[in-house]
Design a protein around this ligand. Sequence first.
Ligand SMILES: Nc1nc2c(ncn2[C@@H]2O[C@H](COP(=O)(O)OP(=O)(O)OP(=O)(O)O)[C@@H](O)[C@H]2O)c(=O)[nH]1
Ligand SMILES: [Mg+2]
Length: 236
Amino acid sequence: MRNIFIYAGTENGKKDKDIMNFFYQVNDNYYQLKGVYKMSCCHSGKNKKNIFGFIKGNKNTRNIDNSLKLHKKLVLVGNPNVGKSVIFNCLTGTYATVSNYPGTTVEIFKGACRINNVSFEVIDTPGMYSMIPITEEERVTRTLLLHEKADLVVHVVDAKNLQRMLPLTLQLIETGLPVMLVVNMMDEAEKLGIKIDIDKLSEILKIPVVGTAAALNRGIDILKRRVYEYVRKSAA
Ligand SMILES: Nc1nc2c(ncn2[C@@H]2O[C@H](COP(=O)(O)OP(=O)(O)OP(=O)(O)O)[C@@H](O)[C@H]2O)c(=O)[nH]1
Ligand SMILES: [Mg+2]
């Protein structure tokens, strides 16, 4: 509970008791409290104490709607044709925006997703083979990974070609990114008799690993749970 900054007080000179939207920041996360009433002055030490008390779960702070929101950024990366966009659709539903990455012709899809009280901006990137870029698409994905400050980078791999794809997982980890591995197309791997020990993989890589067959909507609930656990843990 360090680095808590009270961000906004009254809006447009409204009376303090009319404050409807109150923002504060914990590290890089913005939170919004809705319906903050009966605060005589949000800048006073007393009320700061109230907010701190609320964050710590002090029930003495009354009349505050309990709709804390965490806003996080999740970036999907991986080789071409591994199912990133299918997973993107599973997470975000139908609504997505598409735009060219600044200064390029490479298209980036963005959507939104909510898991419990956490809202995510989800970014689908063009396929990449390596953090050492050759194509314009790879260059864009690399730049995006290095500049977007993702809270979670979800590396999607094809379960049938694990060996070929894991080097990128290692590169992402070595880059210092917060990585989760999704072993997708488990259905096809199973048909070929390939068995993957997800827990062992997670133990070896020391990152969360989830097995999915996204086209069949298999494993998506577990993926969401792991994503939620990951961001909650890193926000703690
Ligand atoms: N059998 C099976 N097919 C899948 C699965 N996930 C994705 N696919 C199929 O794989 C193909 C590629 O999926 P996409 O989501 O477009 O792959 P992508 O990683 O976004 O590909 P790029 O955008 O080219 O990098 C599509 O035909 C999907 O229907 C899966 O879990 N099982
Ligand atoms: Mg795609």
